[in-house]
Design a protein around this ligand. Structure first.
Ligand code: ADP
Ligand code: MG
Length: 238
């Protein structure tokens, strides 16, 4: 269970304002897609939620509690990246178990969680393999498995499918959505692909140069774009 609140969230690198003040209350179990062109600040926004980037001003709250100063490991969050970030010298099993080992989870519990996640993701036959012996889609599943075993309340995805071919991308995004529903987690999903955003989102945040031009359900945004930028980006009828 987790609600996520972004309250006047801002980020400045040196003298450059990258995020100008984002406000949103995200409900428990909601799937939020952050969409916008390259360089508009999507990753920076997500990294502040994850705790991988400091917050310049404003607040990130999880279940109402301010987490600005909490370490990523203490936020009840897991993040899946575009480049998978798997350890090449470790097996699939070891990759998935690693975070739990660090957290001193008992061995039997680790085994149970890794096996269950592997079954869910249909990668059980590959547990002994190294990442280089897997396809792109299988690697992406391992990266998700590594996130799932930690049983986080919030899942963050930063363009997780952009290294995959178009057909696999469509299949994987449906799987991600199914998994998110099944686990009941709250999700923030970054993409520059408006079709992906329209398909996945309960609500989408359309970003434009560090500003949330519009926040709303996909159809609502499509039918009633608030700015010319949103209309052009989403492809709304004139
Ligand atoms: P997106 O994910 O939407 O492509 P980013 O959040 O990566 O955009 O970047 C937003 C802006 O912030 C870009 O102009 C980028 O150059 C700048 N930026 C990102 N990270 C840093 C950093 N560590 N230092 C300085 N500028 C940065
Ligand atoms: Mg990015």
């Amino acid at each position: 269970m987790a609600t996520v609140t972004l309250d006047s969230l801002k980020k400045t690198f040196g003298k450059t304002d990258v995020i100008h003040g984002i406000d949103i209350d995200i409900a428990d179990g909601e799937f939020i897609v952050i969409v916008g062109p390259s360089g508009c600040g999507k990753s920076t926004l997500l990294r502040m939620v994850a705790g991988l980037e400091t917050v310049t001003s404003g607040e990130v709250r999880i279940n109402g509690a301010r987490v600005n100063d909490k370490e990523p490991m203490d936020r009840d969050i897991a993040m899946v990246f575009q480049n998978y970030a798997l350890y090449p010298h470790m097996s699939v099993y070891e990759n998935m178990a690693y975070g739990l080992k660090i957290a001193k989870t008992p061995r039997a519990e680790i085994e149970a969680r890794v096996t269950q996640a592997a079954r869910m993701l249909q990668i059980e036959p590959y547990l002994a393999r190294k990442p280089r012996e897997l396809s792109g889609g299988q690697r992406q599943r391992v990266a998700m498995g590594r996130a799932i075993v930690r049983k986080p309340a919030v899942f963050l995805f930063d363009e997780p499918l952009s290294n995959l071919d178009a057909k696999l991308r469509v299949q994987m995004r449906l799987e991600i959505r199914q998994l998110q529903r099944q686990l009941g987690v709250t999700a923030l999903y970054v993409t520059h692909d408006q079709v992906e955003a329209m398909t996945l989102a309960d609500r989408m945040i359309v970003m434009n140069g560090g500003v949330a031009d519009q926040i709303g359900a996909p159809l609502e945004v499509y039918r009633n774009p608030r700015t010319a930028f949103v209309a052009g980006f989403i492809g709304s009828p004139p």
